[in-house]
Ligand binder design. Sequence first.
Ligand SMILES: Nc1ncnc2c1ncn2[C@@H]1O[C@H](COP(=O)(O)OP(=O)(O)OP(=O)(O)O)[C@@H](O)[C@H]1O
Ligand SMILES: *[C@@H]1O[C@H](CO)[C@@H](O)[C@H](O)[C@H]1NC(C)=O
Ligand SMILES: *[C@@H]1O[C@H](CO)[C@@H](O)[C@H](O)[C@H]1NC(C)=O
Ligand SMILES: *[C@@H]1O[C@H](CO)[C@@H](O)[C@H](O)[C@H]1NC(C)=O
Length: 374
Amino acid sequence: MAFEGILLGMGNPLLDVSAVVEDDFLNRYDIKLNNAILAEEKHMPMYNELATKYHVEYIAGGATQNSIRVAQVSFSLLHTPNNTPSSILVDPLLRWVELLCMFCQWMLQIPDATSYIGCIGKDFFGEEMKKNSKLAGVNAHYYEDEIAATGTCAVCIVGGERSLIANLSAANCYKPEHLKRPENWALVEKAKYFYIAGFFLTVSPESIQLVAEHAAAKNKVFMMNLSAPFICEFFKDVQEKALPYMDYVFGNETEARTFSRVHGWETENVEDIALKISAWPKASGTHKRITVITHGVDPVVVAEDGKVKLFPVILLPKEKLVDTNAAGDAFVGGFLSQLVVEKPIEDCIRAGSYAANVIIQRSGCSYPQYPDFK
Ligand SMILES: Nc1ncnc2c1ncn2[C@@H]1O[C@H](COP(=O)(O)OP(=O)(O)OP(=O)(O)O)[C@@H](O)[C@H]1O
Ligand SMILES: *[C@@H]1O[C@H](CO)[C@@H](O)[C@H](O)[C@H]1NC(C)=O
Ligand SMILES: *[C@@H]1O[C@H](CO)[C@@H](O)[C@H](O)[C@H]1NC(C)=O
Ligand SMILES: *[C@@H]1O[C@H](CO)[C@@H](O)[C@H](O)[C@H]1NC(C)=O
């Protein structure tokens, strides 16, 4: 099948431990809403407190893995004959039901359009992670660390907003040696598109470099995400090293502004920043760099070749909003599902908005198991 393995993601597979908490909980652990950070010493008791005192949900997560899973599912959904993305977006919910049925059949035909690489532990959570990828049809090649436990990410939700505290644990043990093994490098050779969230810059810049150079040499498409203000700020050097290879840069408004400040650009204007990121020198000349910045409910900003385009999102009544966690990841997933079949950028953005819209009506980055339609 022509699409098999066309999209490869590499990142930190994490088990999201999600719970609704109170402001007091946030204060005690010194965490801020709408932020994503790495766990420190002071956060250690938090995971246990979440598990014992709150109603927690365990959901396979990790930014890249979420995007890849959504891409795989959307891919299966959207590439059915007679179903162009534009028709899907007419009435998302009705369409959703219809497509879900088709999706089950379609999955059987191309289960492996996407693949994913990252490191987990040899434990229960790791096993759950494997089952989850399989179920979504993602061809995951996990490196299994002998000692470290599968990474977790606390998702603390207050009033529909959330804070992420990642304990990378095994995810932090990924090694380029795993990537170089013939069975894994074969995934790189097969893929034509690569997506890596910025979070992976803290783990294995060498692995990123290997993939980036391969993509540049073979005229393939290499994509990364700014992912979090702390990446732009404290991993500036490794991010800059990867930037020339990036054909697409994703990010949200806050990340874009942090990037701008860290580079001394003296502009807070998201459109200007997107243009400047696109104009950053490139390692290979084949593709012009496209920068895609999301803005919550505001239009998505796309900068390419010195020009900016704005794309409105699908609005959602406030009472339907459950959890904006993973909206960004889902957006990227939907976007990628169209990009890899060479759809125009308008379709990519539409599919991204659609995927984000579905995800924010649910807890975590999970697709409905049954259509919620009565
Ligand atoms: N309240 C909302 N209503 C409708 N759509 C939304 C809303 N919030 C997010 N979205 C959709 O999700 C996309 C990404 O949102 P946003 O810019 O908030 O990402 P983000 O803050 O990076 O998300 P996260 O970090 O939670 O994954 C938007 O472009 C939009 O399509
Ligand atoms: C992260 O997880 C590991 C393994 O479960 C644990 O030993 C460690 O204490 C945790 N670190 C923090 C900061 O919570
Ligand atoms: C963008 O994402 C960051 C986390 O990386 C978060 O702190 C911020 O609130 C988000 N911004 C918007 C406008 O949603
Ligand atoms: C990635 O990019 C999207 C879309 O531009 C953004 O909304 C999101 O916050 C980013 N997130 C991660 C975690 O990589």
